[in-house]
Design a protein around this ligand. Structure first.
Ligand code: FE2
Length: 422
C-alpha cells in the first residue's frame, strides 16, 4: 500500500498522464498511468506537477522590514545599503526571527521550499546570524534553508569584517559570501575574492558572492571568481550573484569571459525584479536594463538561476515569494519570449536553482524526496503566463499547504460558447 499516489499529472518535461507513487516521504515510481492502492490519492486532472520552486538568492534578515526606519527615497542600491545600516543598530534577534518566519509561511503557501538566503555578518554581535540559524532549525521540516555569510559592508572595507565572517561560519552558516565591488578599490575587491575562495576551500564550503552588482563595465570580479574557482578546484560549487556589470561590458571582453565561467562551472544567479529596479539609476536615456546576459550564459552552458533577492525591504517595496513572478520578469528583461526561453525561465526558478544550492534530493524521480507542487496550469509555459494558484504543496509526502482553484464567475459572456482566455 502506497502512502500517496498522484495520477493524471503533467510534468515540467511535457509528459502527460503521469503517476507519481510515494512511500515513506520518497518518490518510489514515476510512470505513465500507474494505478495502485494508496492511503491518499490525488487526481491532478492533467495539471502541472512540478518539484518545488527554489530561490537561489534571497535576504531573509531584511525581509518584511519595509519602511523601517524610513523608505528608500532614491530607490538606489547604495541608499538601500545606507538604510539597512540605519536599521541594523535597532534590530533584535526576536524581530528578525518573527519576520523571517512570516516570510517562510508565505513561501510555503507559494510552493517555494528551497531558499538560499544571505545573512549579513557585518555586525559583530552576529544577531542576524543567530536569528537565521534559529529560523533554519525551525523551518527544517518545511523548507531547505541554506545560509550564506554575507559581509554587506565589505569583508576588507569594514573593521573586523573577515573575523566576523569566520565566526559566522563557525556557528554553522553553510556558504561563504562576499561583495567585492563594494570593497574600496578594484585591487581590494580582487583580494577579497581570493581570500574568501581560499577560506571556502579550506573548510570544504560552497561560495556565493554578490559579484559586480553595478553598472560599471570595468567591475570584473566575476573573472577573478571564475579564475579562483579553477585554481582551487571548486568547480560547480561557486556562484556569482547578480553579475549586472556584464550587461554593460564590452562584447569582446565578454567573449573571453563567458568561456572562462563555463570552464569553471560557475553558477550565475540573476535577480530580475531587483536588477531592473536598481540598475541604470545613474542613466538618463537610454536607460540600461542592467540584468546580466542570461541567454548568452545559458547558450554557453552556464547554469543560470533567478532569485527573488528582496521582498519588502530597504531595496524593494514589493514581492510576495512567488517565484513565477520572478521568472515572468526575468524572461521579459532578457527578451526570452520563445517557447524555449519561457521554459528556461521556469527552469531558472526550479531546476537551475536546485543545482546552485546542490540539492541532491530535488526532482521528480524515483529515490528523490516526495516534494512537489500542483499548479492550476496545464504546462510550464501556461504556469509562467498565469502565475496560477498552488493547488497543493507537498513536502516529503506531507501536504503543507493548499489553495482553492481560482474560478471566475461571469455574469455577462461576450462570446457565446467561446472559451474565454484566463
Ligand atoms: Fe542580494
Amino acid at each position: 500500500m502506497l502512502d500517496l499516489l498522484v495520477t493524471h499529472a503533467t510534468l515540467p518535461d511535457g509528459r502527460t498522464d503521469m503517476s507519481v507513487a510515494v512511500q515513506d516521504g520518497r518518490i518510489v515510481d514515476v510512470t505513465h498511468g500507474l494505478r495502485a492502492p494508496a492511503r491518499e490519492t490525488l487526481d491532478a486532472a492533467g495539471q502541472l506537477l512540478t518539484p518545488p520552486f527554489c530561490d537561489a538568492h534571497f535576504h531573509m534578515d531584511s525581509t518584511l522590514s519595509y519602511g523601517q526606519p524610513r523608505v528608500n527615497a532614491s530607490g538606489t542600491l547604495l541608499e538601500g545599503i545606507a538604510l539597512w545600516g540605519e536599521l541594523k543598530p535597532t534590530l533584535t534577534q526576536d524581530a528578525i526571527v518573527e519576520r523571517a518566519l512570516a516570510y517562510c509561511d508565505l513561501a510555503i503557501a507559494q510552493g517555494l521550499l528551497a531558499i538560499r538566503s544571505h545573512v549579513d555578518t557585518s555586525d559583530p554581535r552576529l544577531l542576524a546570524v543567530d536569528a537565521l540559524l534559529d529560523v533554519k532549525r525551525r523551518v527544517a521540516p518545511y523548507i531547505d534553508l541554506q545560509l550564506v555569510a554575507f559581509p554587506q559592508d565589505g569583508v576588507l572595507r569594514s573593521p573586523g569584517g573577515m573575523d566576523n565572517l569566520r565566526r559566522a561560519l563557525d556557528r554553522g552558516i553553510d556558504v561563504v559570501g562576499g561583495i567585492p565591488h563594494f570593497e574600496r578599490t578594484m585591487a581590494q575587491g580582487a583580494e577579497s575574492v581570493t581570500r574568501l575562495c581560499e577560506l571556502a576551500a579550506e573548510r570544504g564550503l560552497r561560495v556565493d558572492m554578490h559579484c559586480d552588482e553595478t553598472d560599471d563595465p570595468m567591475s570584473r570580479h566575476i573573472e577573478t571568481l571564475a579564475f579562483e574557482t579553477q585554481r582551487l578546484g571548486l568547480h560547480g560549487r561557486v556562484a556569482g550573484s547578480h553579475c549586472t556589470s556584464m550587461h554593460s561590458m564590452d562584447n569582446y571582453y565578454v567573449s573571453k569571459l563567458i568561456p572562462l565561467m563555463a570552464q569553471a562551472q560557475v553558477h550565475v544567479v540573476a535577480n530580475p525584479l531587483i536588477n531592473i529596479t536598481l540598475q541604470g539609476r545613474h542613466d538618463t536615456y537610454p536607460r540600461r536594463r542592467g540584468m546580466t546576459r542570461v541567454p548568452e550564459l545559458l547558450a554557453a552552458g552556464v547554469n543560470v538561476a533567478f532569485g527573488h533577492d528582496c521582498v519588502m525591504d530597504p531595496w524593494y517595496p514589493l514581492g510576495n515569494a512567488d517565484m513565477l513572478d520572478v521568472a515572468h520578469m526575468g524572461l521579459h528583461v532578457a527578451q526570452m519570449t520563445s517557447q524555449d526561453g519561457i521554459r528556461a525561465a521556469f527552469d531558472a526558478v526550479t531546476a537551475h536553482g536546485a543545482r546552485v544550492m546542490g540539492l541532491d534530493g530535488w526532482g521528480l524521480a524515483p529515490g528523490r524526496e516526495a516534494s512537489f507542487v500542483l499548479l492550476q496550469a496545464r504546462d510550464v509555459v501556461e504556469a509562467v503566463r498565469l502565475r496560477p494558484a498552488r493547488l497543493k504543496v507537498y513536502r516529503r509526502g506531507t501536504l503543507l499547504a493548499e489553495t482553492a482553484p481560482v474560478v471566475a464567475v461571469r455574469h455577462h459572456a461576450a462570446g457565446q460558447g467561446a472559451a474565454a482566455p484566463r
